[in-house]
Design a protein around this ligand. Structure first.
Ligand SMILES: CC(C)(COP(=O)(O)OP(=O)(O)OC[C@H]1O[C@@H](n2cnc3c(N)ncnc32)[C@H](O)[C@@H]1OP(=O)(O)O)[C@@H](O)C(=O)NCCC(=O)NCCS
Length: 134
């Protein structure tokens, strides 16, 4: 198992397959992807899980966190998220936050993230902001 920085095109491939399987790849893009850093978890040299990191005002936001379906629920996403939290600490960030899909809330709570505000719908998917002060 290896975690390393990846090219945005590698992140897009996994994002699309996991999060937007029936849509064009452009739906997997974020407008400011070029301002972020993209990381991937590899198993036997195969890219399995991706996440993108954006730091603004000393706060780290992670976005488009996705693990290939056959590899979900095996603890690999947790490993990548542990890397993200370590990254935030090493970069002296004051908080870590995300717009969480409902299905990921339990995972983020285990990292000490708390729900903020009200849930909202975007493209028929329910989200809520979650945050942990560091
Ligand atoms: C969210 C996501 C990235 C998590 O990745 P993952 O690799 O499945 O993460 P993990 O395996 O570490 O954890 C997922 C669940 O499996 C459980 N798990 C971890 N190791 C496990 C194991 N060895 N055996 C069984 N279950 C395990 C975790 O406890 C967690 O449970 P929970 O959701 O009830 O809290 C993945 O589910 C995904 O790609 N979902 C679709 C896209 C998405 O919703 N992204 C999040 C956007 S905010």
């Amino acid at each position: 198992m290896q975690i390393r920085e990846i090219h945005i095109d590698e992140a897009l491939m996994i994002r699309k397959e996991v999060m937007y399987p029936n849509k064009a790849v452009k739906f997997a893009k974020i407008e400011n992807d070029d301002e972020g850093k993209h990381y991937g978890l590899f198993n036997n040299n195969q890219l399995i899980s991706v996440v993108s990191i954006f730091i603004k005002n000393n706060e780290l936001q992670f976005r488009k966190f996705a693990t290939l379906k056959p590899y979900q629920n095996k603890g690999l996403g947790t490993k990548l998220l542990e890397f993200v939290f370590q990254f935030a600490i090493e970069h002296h960030c004051t908080a870590i936050w995300c717009n969480a899909r409902k299905n990921a809330i339990g995972l983020y709570k285990r990292f000490g993230m708390l729900e903020i505000g009200e849930p909202y719908l975007q493209n028929d998917i329910e989200y809520i902001q979650m945050k942990k002060e560091l």
